[in-house]
Design a protein around this ligand. Structure first.
Ligand code: NDP
Length: 251
């Protein structure tokens, strides 16, 4: 492998690694050489088994990221089980859909707590470990709604827009400490999260027509961007939000 993208000897924490984009990213990092701590509510057995079949160490860390309580424990368990922590991928996320006029506080808090508050406090816990150990890479999973408004997803849009700002702020604060903080903004990716849209014939057709690449993204389409941002090839990339969207934003 080109040594610029070689992650051998690195340890990556990936949240929401049991399925979808998180699984795609975890397996791409493993293929590039990283050992994997797969964090989430549901045990990421398939991800861990596949990473081990590539010769990597891989561990499951159970955590519910709807609160910030597990943040320090995730870092501690990663270091205890895998020896170090070099890369954090803040991927876990949820969405709630309703008209803004009817949107409830419960749907607001649930999304903001998981998609934004936990992202910040897990980044903080990771940085407190990375800084005295020479730095690391933090990759936040943003969205097209980091750049656009969307409709009927007010807390999701606020959370993903917030991730864009947070990514830049943390890059500003931690670049001098050797931490690169960047984000990936996926376009329409076929996962459980978007199953209802894929199943709705009319919406599906509208979406496909709007994507210049002419197809939905797959979780593995995010892998290259994640490996790049996690690797030494991205040592001078800071506060960037990298769209992986089949050209959606270019349209
Ligand atoms: P999925 O619904 O397939 O996966 C979401 C992941 O987040 C699951 O692993 C889920 O775990 C985890 N998760 C949710 N809530 C919690 C929680 N409280 N604690 C721990 N883990 C949790 O969605 P995607 O793979 O599509 O989404 C992954 C990320 O990508 C999200 O941040 C999403 O916003 C973002 N994204 C997705 C796009 C798409 O088109 N699919 C587009 C743009 C952004 P569990 O299975 O246990 O619930």
């Amino acid at each position: 492998m080109n040594s610029l993208f070689d992650l051998s000897g690195k340890v990556a924490v990936v949240t929401g690694a049991n399925t979808g984009i998180g699984q795609g990213i975890a397996l791409a990092l493993a293929a590039a050489g990283a050992d994997i701590a797969a964090v989430g509510r549901s045990a990421a057995e398939e991800t861990v088994t596949k990473a081990r079949s590539m010769g990597r160490c891989a561990e499951i860390i159970s955590a519910d990221l709807s609160t910030i309580e597990p943040a320090d424990r995730i870092v501690k368990e990663t270091v205890d089980k895998l020896g170090r922590l070099d890369i954090l991928v803040n991927n876990a996320g949820i969405i709630r859909r309703a008209d803004s006029i009817d949107f409830t506080e419960e749907d607001w808090d649930a999304v903001i707590d998981t998609n934004l508050k936990s992202v910040f406090f897990l980044a903080q816990a990771a940085a407190r470990h990375m800084i005295p150990n020479g730095g690391g890479k933090i990759i936040n999973i943003a969205s097209m709604l980091t750049f656009q408004g969307g409709i009927r997803v007010p807390s999701y849009t606020a959370s993903k827009s917030g991730i864009g700002g947070l990514t830049k702020l943390l890059a500003n604060e931690w670049a001098a400490e050797g931490i690169n903080v960047n984000a990936i903004a996926p376009g329409y990716i076929a996962t459980n999260n978007t199953a209802a849209l894929q199943d709705d014939e009319t919406r599906n057709r509208q979406i496909m027509e709007r994507i210049p690449a002419g197809r939905w993204g797959r979780p593995k389409d995010l892998g290259g961007a994640a490996v790049f941002l996690a690797s030494s090839a991205a040592d001078y990339v800071q506060g960037h939000i990298l769209a992986v969207d089949g050209g959606w934003l270019a349209r």
